[in-house]
Write a protein that binds this ligand. Structure first.
Ligand code: INI
Length: 146
Protein backbone atom coordinates (compact mmCIF):
# COMPACT_ATOMS: atom_id res chain seq x y z
CA UNK A 1 0.00 0.00 0.00
CA UNK A 2 1.54 3.35 -1.06
CA UNK A 3 0.73 6.30 1.18
CA UNK A 4 1.60 9.97 0.69
CA UNK A 5 2.33 12.29 3.58
CA UNK A 6 1.97 16.02 2.96
CA UNK A 7 3.60 18.01 5.75
CA UNK A 8 3.75 21.78 6.22
CA UNK A 9 7.05 23.44 7.18
CA UNK A 10 5.31 26.27 9.08
CA UNK A 11 5.62 25.52 12.81
CA UNK A 12 8.03 22.73 12.00
CA UNK A 13 8.93 22.29 15.67
CA UNK A 14 5.46 20.67 15.84
CA UNK A 15 4.93 19.28 12.34
CA UNK A 16 8.18 17.27 12.42
CA UNK A 17 6.85 15.55 15.55
CA UNK A 18 3.56 14.83 13.80
CA UNK A 19 5.58 13.38 10.93
CA UNK A 20 7.47 11.09 13.29
CA UNK A 21 4.18 9.86 14.76
CA UNK A 22 2.74 9.24 11.29
CA UNK A 23 5.83 7.37 10.10
CA UNK A 24 5.81 5.19 13.21
CA UNK A 25 2.15 4.25 12.68
CA UNK A 26 2.74 3.43 9.01
CA UNK A 27 5.76 1.27 9.85
CA UNK A 28 3.75 -0.59 12.51
CA UNK A 29 1.05 -1.25 9.90
CA UNK A 30 3.64 -2.80 7.58
CA UNK A 31 4.01 0.11 5.18
CA UNK A 32 7.69 0.24 4.21
CA UNK A 33 9.70 3.46 3.79
CA UNK A 34 9.76 2.84 0.03
CA UNK A 35 5.98 2.90 0.02
CA UNK A 36 5.81 6.32 1.68
CA UNK A 37 5.90 9.41 -0.51
CA UNK A 38 6.78 12.56 1.45
CA UNK A 39 5.82 16.01 0.18
CA UNK A 40 6.81 19.14 2.08
CA UNK A 41 4.85 22.36 1.55
CA UNK A 42 5.30 25.89 2.94
CA UNK A 43 2.22 26.05 5.18
CA UNK A 44 -1.19 24.57 5.92
CA UNK A 45 -2.74 26.63 3.13
CA UNK A 46 -0.73 24.68 0.54
CA UNK A 47 -1.55 21.22 1.94
CA UNK A 48 -4.71 20.62 -0.14
CA UNK A 49 -2.99 21.54 -3.41
CA UNK A 50 -0.17 19.06 -2.87
CA UNK A 51 -2.56 16.40 -1.55
CA UNK A 52 -4.71 16.70 -4.66
CA UNK A 53 -1.70 16.66 -7.00
CA UNK A 54 -0.20 13.50 -5.53
CA UNK A 55 -3.62 11.81 -5.39
CA UNK A 56 -4.16 12.59 -9.09
CA UNK A 57 -1.06 10.59 -10.02
CA UNK A 58 -2.89 7.42 -9.00
CA UNK A 59 0.22 6.25 -7.17
CA UNK A 60 -1.16 6.39 -3.61
CA UNK A 61 -4.03 4.74 -1.74
CA UNK A 62 -4.35 7.55 0.81
CA UNK A 63 -2.86 10.90 1.80
CA UNK A 64 -1.95 11.89 5.36
CA UNK A 65 -2.11 15.68 5.79
CA UNK A 66 -0.01 17.21 8.58
CA UNK A 67 0.20 20.83 9.68
CA UNK A 68 -0.08 23.13 12.64
CA UNK A 69 -1.94 26.38 13.11
CA UNK A 70 -1.46 28.20 16.40
CA UNK A 71 -3.99 30.91 17.12
CA UNK A 72 -2.21 34.07 18.15
CA UNK A 73 -1.49 37.45 16.77
CA UNK A 74 -2.26 36.35 13.25
CA UNK A 75 -5.69 37.16 11.79
CA UNK A 76 -4.82 34.49 9.19
CA UNK A 77 -5.68 31.68 11.58
CA UNK A 78 -9.39 31.22 10.81
CA UNK A 79 -8.95 31.72 7.07
CA UNK A 80 -6.10 29.25 6.74
CA UNK A 81 -7.71 26.65 9.03
CA UNK A 82 -10.95 26.81 7.08
CA UNK A 83 -9.25 26.78 3.65
CA UNK A 84 -7.12 23.84 4.71
CA UNK A 85 -9.97 21.70 6.05
CA UNK A 86 -12.35 22.51 3.18
CA UNK A 87 -9.56 22.08 0.64
CA UNK A 88 -8.64 18.64 1.91
CA UNK A 89 -12.25 17.46 1.78
CA UNK A 90 -12.62 18.88 -1.74
CA UNK A 91 -9.37 17.25 -2.90
CA UNK A 92 -10.45 13.91 -1.49
CA UNK A 93 -13.90 14.16 -3.09
CA UNK A 94 -12.46 15.14 -6.46
CA UNK A 95 -9.87 12.37 -6.57
CA UNK A 96 -11.67 9.60 -4.65
CA UNK A 97 -8.50 9.13 -2.60
CA UNK A 98 -9.01 9.19 1.19
CA UNK A 99 -7.17 12.00 2.96
CA UNK A 100 -6.81 12.28 6.71
CA UNK A 101 -6.66 15.50 8.73
CA UNK A 102 -3.63 15.72 10.95
CA UNK A 103 -3.65 19.49 11.08
CA UNK A 104 -3.55 20.92 14.58
CA UNK A 105 -5.51 24.10 15.32
CA UNK A 106 -4.58 25.14 18.84
CA UNK A 107 -4.67 28.17 21.10
CA UNK A 108 -1.05 27.87 22.15
CA UNK A 109 2.26 26.17 21.43
CA UNK A 110 1.81 24.19 24.67
CA UNK A 111 -1.44 22.70 23.42
CA UNK A 112 0.21 21.83 20.13
CA UNK A 113 3.15 20.17 21.88
CA UNK A 114 0.75 17.98 23.89
CA UNK A 115 -0.86 16.74 20.67
CA UNK A 116 2.50 16.13 19.00
CA UNK A 117 4.14 14.19 21.83
CA UNK A 118 5.33 10.65 21.07
CA UNK A 119 2.76 7.94 21.80
CA UNK A 120 -0.90 7.19 21.16
CA UNK A 121 -2.05 10.82 21.56
CA UNK A 122 0.18 12.02 18.72
CA UNK A 123 -2.17 13.45 16.07
CA UNK A 124 0.17 12.51 13.24
CA UNK A 125 -0.07 8.90 14.36
CA UNK A 126 -3.86 9.20 14.54
CA UNK A 127 -4.01 10.66 11.02
CA UNK A 128 -1.83 7.87 9.61
CA UNK A 129 -3.99 5.22 11.28
CA UNK A 130 -7.12 6.84 9.83
CA UNK A 131 -5.55 6.96 6.35
CA UNK A 132 -4.66 3.25 6.47
CA UNK A 133 -8.13 2.34 7.70
CA UNK A 134 -9.79 4.33 4.94
CA UNK A 135 -7.46 2.98 2.23
CA UNK A 136 -8.19 -0.57 3.42
CA UNK A 137 -11.92 0.13 3.47
CA UNK A 138 -11.89 1.63 -0.04
CA UNK A 139 -9.88 -1.33 -1.35
CA UNK A 140 -12.54 -3.66 0.03
CA UNK A 141 -15.45 -1.61 -1.33
CA UNK A 142 -13.79 -1.33 -4.76
CA UNK A 143 -14.65 1.23 -7.39
CA UNK A 144 -17.69 -0.53 -8.86
CA UNK A 145 -16.05 -0.89 -12.25
CA UNK A 146 -14.75 -4.46 -12.00
N1 INI B 1 0.71 28.28 8.03
C1 INI B 1 0.63 27.27 8.93
O1 INI B 1 0.79 26.09 8.56
N2 INI B 1 0.38 27.55 10.25
C2 INI B 1 0.21 28.82 10.70
O2 INI B 1 0.00 29.01 11.93
C3 INI B 1 0.28 29.90 9.77
N3 INI B 1 0.10 31.27 10.22
O3 INI B 1 -0.04 31.50 11.41
O4 INI B 1 0.08 32.19 9.42
C4 INI B 1 0.54 29.58 8.40
N4 INI B 1 0.64 30.56 7.48
C5 INI B 1 1.21 30.32 6.17
C6 INI B 1 0.18 29.83 5.17
O5 INI B 1 -0.20 28.49 5.43
C7 INI B 1 0.73 29.89 3.73
O6 INI B 1 1.87 29.09 3.63
C8 INI B 1 1.08 31.32 3.30
O7 INI B 1 -0.01 32.20 3.49
C9 INI B 1 1.52 31.36 1.81
O8 INI B 1 0.44 30.93 0.96
Amino acid sequence: MRIAIVVARFNDFITERLLEGAKAALAEAGVTEDEVELLRVPGAFEIPMAAQRVAETGRVSAVVCLGCLIRGATPHFEYIASACAQGIIAASSMTGVPMSFGVLTTNSAEEALERAAPGPANKGREAAEAAIEMATLFARVGDGRS
